[in-house]
Ligand binder design. Structure first.
Ligand SMILES: CC[C@H](C(=O)O)C(=O)SCCNC(=O)CCNC(=O)[C@H](O)C(C)(C)COP(=O)(O)OP(=O)(O)OC[C@H]1O[C@@H](n2cnc3c(N)ncnc32)[C@H](O)[C@@H]1OP(=O)(O)O
Length: 253
């Protein structure tokens, strides 16, 4: 399997399990994440949902370039982009806190997955960034919409997007993107993070998360995500994008 979905204590954890591809997202992982999001939505016993990647080389390296490189035109790219953007939107609107447990690099769509979460726990030394710009495209899974809607500072958010570079953990914390930095074991960090929450009745959590969801929806997040997908799909078909992906895929040959 290319993912795992397991209950853990008072929560559930989805693990992208493709370390040989730096936990790149393919259709199978998308379908697994979609099913996990639906299961969490229906399970009233859960207090949180965490997403992580197998191993410490990467949380997630974004879309699987070897798989999605076959998509050449705007019409071919839009369905894939829209599918993952919808999954991440539904994940962000779950009735419980959603936690990105980042134990390795989160780049491209991987940074978008983390941004769609409520909290980002980042291991010291890890780098994260919206590197889509290096491929001559924008984010395509809603990452810019989630970032600009949630960020308290538009200048910092826009800079993170337009610089299209992996940012150091300390910089991610100072920018407000990372919630906390942690040393060592990610699950010890997760337990430390959720422990104070677990002293509060779950109905309180769900009420506050509902307030956060109301704010996201009233800010027009759903429509912004749709526009973002369309913009990325338009850029996708340009030769400059396909040439950049070719360079990455052929870099070791
Ligand atoms: C689908 C669109 C989506 C969006 O728009 O939202 C995107 O995510 S676009 C951005 C796509 N992602 C990238 O451009 C990142 C590409 N990967 C890297 O920059 C590096 O691999 C990194 C920094 C994640 C890790 O570097 P490291 O040196 O540790 O590993 P390698 O680069 O040697 O990679 C090992 C192995 O994994 C394969 N790999 C890595 N990332 C991807 C990927 N995104 N898709 C497919 N395959 C990937 C890489 O080719 C190597 O394979 P190997 O067979 O061993 O050569």
């Amino acid at each position: 399997m290319v993912y795992r979905f397991e209950k853990r204590g008072s929560g559930a954890v989805f693990t992208i399990d493709r370390p040989e591809k730096r936990n790149a997202i393919n259709e199978e992982v998308m379908d697994g994440l979609s099913a996990a999001v639906e299961a969490v939505k229906e399970d009233e016993s859960l207090r949180y949902f965490a997403v992580t990647g197998e191993g410490q080389s990467a949380f997630c390296s974004g879309g699987d370039l070897s798989e999605f490189h076959k998509l050449r035109t705007e019409e071919e790219a839009a369905p894939m982009l829209g599918k993952m953007a919808d999954i991440l939107l539904r994940m962000s609107l779950l009735p419980v806190p959603v936690i990105a447990l980042i134990d390795g690099h989160a780049v491209g769509g991987g940074c978008e997955i983390a941004t769609a979460c409520d909290f980002r726990l980042v291991r010291e030394g890890v780098k994260c960034g919206f590197i889509q710009g290096t491929l001559a495209i924008t984010t395509g899974w809603g990452g810019a919409s989630h970032l600009l809607t949630k960020s308290g500072r538009q200048d910092t958010a826009l800079r993170m997007l337009t610089e299209a570079r992996p940012m150091e953990a300390r910089e991610l914390l100072e920018s407000g993107w990372a919630t906390v930095l942690f040393p060592g074991d990610k699950f010890e960090a997760l337990d430390r993070f959720v422990e104070p929450m677990e002293r509060v009745h779950p109905s309180v959590h769900r009420a506050y998360k509902k307030a956060a969801v109301r704010r996201l929806l009233s800010a027009g997040l759903s429509g912004q995500v749709r526009e973002e997908v369309a913009a990325c799909a338009r850029l996708w078909e340009a030769d400059v994008h396909h040439e950049a992906v070719d360079r990455f895929l052929n870099k070791k040959k």
